[in-house]
Design a protein around this ligand. Structure first.
Ligand code: SF4
Length: 648
């Protein structure tokens, strides 16, 4: 059945709202297909505003992979700002896609990618605006199957009531498999309705359908067990891993935004996975094993991506880009290819060693110097051992001084506050380090014109990490430590003047902790927050801690638990965790042992360079880590000189 565009209704509202261009679509790279000429239709979303959602790499990849299928269409939808939401509700305009302005409620599937749990209230708002019942059990064959993906989907229990399914891990192959199941079910005349379709998805063992699992609780509030409520679904749902990144060189046709966005660049993922073993890092743990994209594929992707998009900036992305086995050749090859053009190349530079500075130096041959960020994460040697971030004070000072002597005037140092076992003294050590960095930098350069910025993030214990059992530090303690750190930095006026200090207060982290380690009971809190106006919780100007604490205080006592029970309570080894039936490949016993090792300060090496330490991932995926060197060079590509400026 044909579906009508809502653009005529929307167009009347556009003069009355801010940044209307974000809702009109038509970007370079956008695809519009004939609705009636395809059999399976996906609406895809990153549940945030266009400016954050459009550059999302995961959504862009799936959008392209799906649209390459002749009988499939995929369109994008983003969270609308409150000014448009108000008008849409008043005028009866539903949640729409930006590509063809079709109502999201008309699609077969609605895929939502969550990088952070703070997007959950936006999910509810999008569902409501789309006319899709919030409670998944109230949906029928007229409604899309709502599928969650992204890192937060590794514990989707807090949103279990609102989604129909979740996919753990890489999406490229999973979306095609889901599409094939939907295509077949539709071709057969939709036998058994929505329930049968969900069952077919669940039987793949890599699509989690929460309604097919029951959760029982103990009298003290802990989970007793999570078990399937029907015989034909698996006890555990496994993550998906795309092993050969060269076979999936996406995005090939990156979207070029019309409105301003947070990143306007061509981003190439140079590898997936990380084995450095930072114990706080969920991304590093759940994306194992390491899989490198070859140097030749990276070169080809950069060439084609720039030619298509006209972008002037390339980001070589991964969780620790300097660790690619051929990163040196890759950087010098690309720098050489694009020397004399207006293309700037960047590497997210968080590894604390001089090699990183060398790479950044190489990439800045064009005279375009990007910022340098180093992430020691912990202020004292002791706490860095706890988190398995093997960086000594000497490493850090030597690295930053190398950057200063190579012409950088400003570096950024990233730390976390609230880490397990942390004391006031661990945090105050950050001031000492920053002072030392400036002192040594002034001495090495003979100049007072150097600066560093100390940036602090709040630690949140995450599922599928060794710190999944840890208690979270109370926000008052974090705020007190951060205030003391500020005073310590400024205790020496001369050094303090050269140090910038940025931090977030502890409250949003508490909510993130509730949502990331929560169970199905937390769904009622999310719903109450949304009903009370919660939207865009990742934006400080929209976030209200009071709204979350009020909702938690109203909803959770009925279950005999409270906010602190989810956040500051340390879990015991035998506790059933809400995500225990979701298999990231990591062995739970290994994670527990690594948590115990953290408490004694034992450091775990990187299995990329040292023998396997049996975290469990490779055997569970029937594979092994895949790294070079391939010994190949960048292809002799023709540099993309005189790039056109998009939409100039
Ligand atoms: S199974 Fe072994 S080689 Fe594979 S990621 Fe884990 S520790 Fe490394």
């Amino acid at each position: 059945m044909s579906v009508t565009s809502v653009f005529a209704q929307l167009e009347r509202l556009l003069p009355r709202i801010s940044k209307p261009i974000q809702y009109v679509g038509g970007e370079l790279g956008a695809v519009v297909k004939d609705w009636d000429a395809v059999t399976v239709r996906w609406a895809l979303s990153y549940p945030d505003a266009y400016e954050v959602g459009l550059p999302n790499q995961g959504v862009q990849i799936l959008y392209e992979v799906l649209n390459e299928q002749p009988d499939v269409l995929a369109e994008r939808t983003y969270a609308v700002w409150p000014d448009l939401e108000q008008l849409m509700r008043a005028e009866g305009v539903p949640q729409f896609t930006v590509d063809a302005h079709r109502p999201v409620g008309a699609f077969d599937l609605f895929g939502v990618s969550f990088a952070t749990e703070l997007g959950y209230t936006n999910l509810l708002n999008m569902l409501d605006l789309a006319g899709i019942p919030l409670d998944a059990r109230e949906r029928d064959e007229r409604h899309p199957i709502v599928v969650a993906g992204g890192h937060a989907a590794f514990n989707p229990e807090p949103i279990a009531d609102f989604i129909d399914a979740a996919v753990l891990g890489d999406g490229e192959e999973a979306v095609l498999e889901i599409t094939a199941i939907v295509r077949k079910w539709k071709a057969e005349g939709e036998p058994g309705g929505r329930d049968e379709l969900l069952l077919r998805l669940a039987r793949t063992e890599s699509v989690y359908v929460p309604r097919f699992y029951d959760v029982d609780y103990l009298p003290d509030g802990r989970i007793q067990r999570i078990v399937p409520n029907r015989a034909d679904v698996p006890f555990r749902v496994h993550k998906r891993t795309t092993m050969d990144l060269d076979a999936w060189p996406y995005p090939k046709r990156p979207l070029v935004p019309l409105a301003e966005t947070v990143h306007e660049r061509y981003a190439v993922e140079i590898f997936r996975g990380c084995t450095r073993g930072c114990r706080f890092c969920q991304a590093g743990m759940i994306t194992r094993p390491v899989r490198e994209r070859s140097i030749t594929t990276v070169g080809q992707m950069v060439k084609e991506g720039l030619e298509f998009s006209g972008f002037h900036e390339v980001g070589l992305l991964s969780l620790s880009s300097a660790d690619h086995s051929e990163i040196g050749d890759m950087c010098s090859g690309l720098a050489q290819q694009y020397e004399g053009t207006n293309v700037s190349l960047s590497l997210p530079s968080t590894r604390v060693d001089a090699f990183n500075v060398t790479l950044a130096q190489e990439l800045s041959r064009n005279g375009r110097r990007t910022g340098l960020t180093f992430a020691p994460e912990g202020g004292s040697e002791r706490i860095r051992q706890v988190i398995n971030k093997m960086v000594t004070e000497e490493d850090l000072i030597r690295t930053v001084v190398t950057a200063y002597t190579n012409g950088w005037r400003q570096v950024k140092l990233y730390f976390m506050c609230g880490l397990p076992t942390e004391t006031d003294e661990d945090v105050l050590q950050i001031a000492k380090l920053a002072h030392e960095v400036i002192r040594a930098g002034r001495e090495a350069t003979g100049s007072r014109d150097i600066r560093c910025t100390v940036s602090i993030g709040g630690f949140v214990p995450k599922p599928h990490t060794p710190f999944q059992w840890a208690s979270m530090t109370e926000p008052e303690v974090i705020d007190r430590r951060l205030k003391a750190l500020k005073d310590a930095i400024n205790s020496d006026r001369s050094l303090g003047k050269a140090i910038g200090y940025r931090y977030h207060d502890g409250e949003p982290s508490q909510v993130e902790a509730l949502l990331s380690r929560g169970d199905r009971r937390v769904g009622a809190v999310i719903r109450r927050v949304w009903e009370n106006g919660g939207r865009f919780d990742g934006w400080s100007e929209h976030f209200s801690f009071q709204r979350w604490t009020d909702a938690a205080a109203e909803v959770l006592p009925e279950f005999g638990v409270d906010l602190a029970w989810f956040t500051t309570r340390e879990r015991e080894q035998n506790e059933v965790l809400p995500w225990d039936h979701l298999d990231s490949g990591l062995d739970k016993d290994w994670l527990w042992q690594d948590w115990q090792d953290a408490l004694t300060g034992y450091e775990q090496d990187d299995c990329r360079w040292t023998p396997c330490f049996d975290c469990g991932v490779c055997p569970s995926q029937d594979t092994e880590i895949q790294i070079g060197p391939t010994g190949r060079k960048l292809l002799p590509l023709t540099p993309v000189a005189g790039l056109r400026v998009p939409h100039a």
